[in-house]
Design a protein around this ligand. Structure first.
Ligand code: XMP
Length: 524
């Protein structure tokens, strides 16, 4: 069987906002890579045995004394190195060149001219000028530039504002680019990265969805043997893909527990049972714990306390179900690679030690199981691709994010079943219309919020005094900042009418026009 980890690239992170993009691009190209902090243990780098190294960009000013440097060992390994932005600047400094504050800072699009026919850029261009030079549209973001080449290096790219926009020592296969090939604004960026990893580092493209699945199934079989595995199945992307993988790997040694907490979306519980129990033949225990959650939440209006109550009730229900089962040795979790990167410890305030991460409802450490985390090397896009291949319905895999506490943070203040029922129906109408109007995929998150206040309305001759539903839809890349989605007025009008006409307890619908910051995406 192909060893999908054999040809591997190491990415050293100097803290740029784009570093994860480098890793995702390299994986998309078909090559396994890992992302580690620039100050990771030297032994880790040696043992990793990379076929190539990429140094990311970063916020430091390379000319200051205490700015970050690449570990010297990377220059002794005899493998190709690509420095991007800060990565290029520190390479210059460490190898005897010089970088200085740029006369003109460059942020945004730039046109660069490829030079010297370097193996990295040759024949890659967006256009060719009258003099026959290849030109590339790229994304620049820097205030410092390399001003003196290290010995043995030549210039391979320049722009109007940046004389040395790229350099190379082709003998050693060391390259530097001042622009960012990992962002999609650099049109030929992926081609450049592909050139680096597959031709310069000579990596085989074995990191494909089919190969990853075969590899995961094989290692799950090896890890689990004849033992039994428990999985908390939430119906979200990660736990769903874990369920499908384990089902293939160990079949009926897998038992899933699906907790219906009464705060799920319309028909969500039935859909999870249909997909996994009926269609895939997975053993799923459905715990109908709605009343337990409503009881635990009674009279609590504080958002943080509500979150805690929901978290504790989940653990309680899950443990009770687990205790009813015999001979369970393993607990499967849907931890993915970004969780691992984020929950890692720090030497210089950056990621370092890799820890296990409990993300299914936050299970406690004292559950006496060994962990199985088949997705912990994968980015979300890779998890989704595996899900598609394993036959999980696309709308489950490409759904907007849904918070762990579910509708609990979308019913303001006290939670009552009546409120949850109204909200579920309103939300289903909003989603239905977003899909029908081809708008679902154009926003990054959309949902309804239940406001437990009453407002006056009129239906026919009758006066109504009923609840308010708020519609929320946002555009965002990272969910850290968000812009409210400019949905068409006619669409909003139609959704609002449907909600008020079809749900008798709603007399008013409002649209949330708050950006994040200062508002958050959820209302609680
Ligand atoms: P906020 O409201 O903080 O939300 O702007 C940012 C993103 O995080 C999701 N979110 C949560 N997810 N448990 C979760 O699993 C939570 O308690 C939680 N709170 C917010 C939110 O849906 C949005 O995508």
């Amino acid at each position: 069987m192909t060893n999908i980890h054999n040809d591997r690239v190491l990415i050293l992170d100097f803290g740029s906002q784009y570093t994860q993009l480098i890793a995702r691009r390299v994986r998309e190209i078909g090559v396994y890579c890992e992302l580690l902090p620039f100050d990771v243990d030297v032994d880790y780098i040696k043992n990793f045995n990379p076929k190539g190294i990429i140094l990311s960009g970063g916020p430091d000013t390379v000319t200051t004394d205490d700015s970050a440097r690449a570990p010297e060992i990377i220059f002794d390994l005899g493998v190709p190195i690509l420095g991007i932005c800060y990565g290029m600047q520190t390479m210059a400094m460490q190898l005897g060149g010089k970088a200085t504050s740029a006369e003109k800072h460059e942020y945004g699009f730039a046109k660069i001219r490829a030079r010297s026919h370097s193996p990295l850029l040759i024949d890659i261009n967006d256009e060719i000028n009258d003099e026959g030079h290849g030109l590339l549209d790229v994304w620049m973001s820097h205030g410092i530039e390399v001003t003196k080449l290290p010995n043995g290096f030549e210039r391979i790219a320049s722009s109007d504002n940046c004389d040395i926009a790229g350099f190379a020592n082709t003998e050693k296969s060391y390259y530097g680019l001042q622009f960012h090939p990992e962002v999609t604004h650099t049109k030929k960026g992926k081609e450049i990265l592909d050139r680096f990893v597959s031709q310069i580092c000579n990596c085989q493209k074995n990191w494909t969805t089919k190969n990853i699945i075969s590899d995961l199934i094989k290692s799950l079989k090896e890890q689990i043997g004849k033992s039994n595995v428990l999985l908390g199945l939430s119906g979200g992307v990660d736990s769903s893909v874990v369920a499908a993988l384990l089902n293939k790997a160990v079949d009926d040694q897998l038992t899933c527990v699906f907790v219906d907490n009464g705060l799920l979306r319309l028909n969500e519980g039935d859909e999870v049972m249909q997909t996994f129990a009926q269609n895939m033949g997975v053993k799923v225990i459905r715990s109908n714990a709605q009343q337990k959650f409503y009881d635990a939440l009674e009279n609590e209006a504080d958002p943080e306390k509500k979150r805690k109550i929901i978290g504790h009730a989940f653990i309680d229900v899950f443990e009770k179900e687990a205790n009813k089962l015999n001979n369970i040795e393993y607990l499967a979790q849907g931890t993915i690679y970004p969780d691992v990167i984020e929950s890692a410890g720090a030497k210089s305030g950056k990621a370092k030690v890799i820890k296990s991460h409990h993300n299914v409802g936050g299970l406690p450490d004292d559950l006496k199981f060994e962990l199985v985390e088949p997705l912990k090397e994968l980015f979300k896009d890779e998890v989704r691709a595996i899900g598609v291949e394993l036959g999980i319905p696309k709308h489950m895999l490409f759904r907007h994010p849904f918070p762990g506490p579910g509708l609990g943070v979308r019913i303001l203040g006290q939670i009552k079943q009546e409120y949850a029922d109204i909200l579920r129906r309103a939300d289903a109408i909003f989603m239905d219309e977003l899909y029908k109007n081809d708008l679902y995929g154009k926003v990054n998150q959309a949902f309804c919020v239940f406001l437990p206040i009453k407002s006056v309305g009129v239906t026919g001759d009758e006066r109504r005094y009923d609840y308010v539903i708020a519609l929320r839809a946002v555009e965002t890349i990272d969910f850290m900042t968000a812009r409210w989605a400019r949905l068409p007025y006619d669409f909003l009008d139609h959704v609002s009418n449907r909600i008020m006409n079809e749900i008798s307890r709603v007399s008013r619908v409002v649209y949330d026009i708050s950006g994040k910051p200062p508002a958050t995406i959820e209302w609680e």
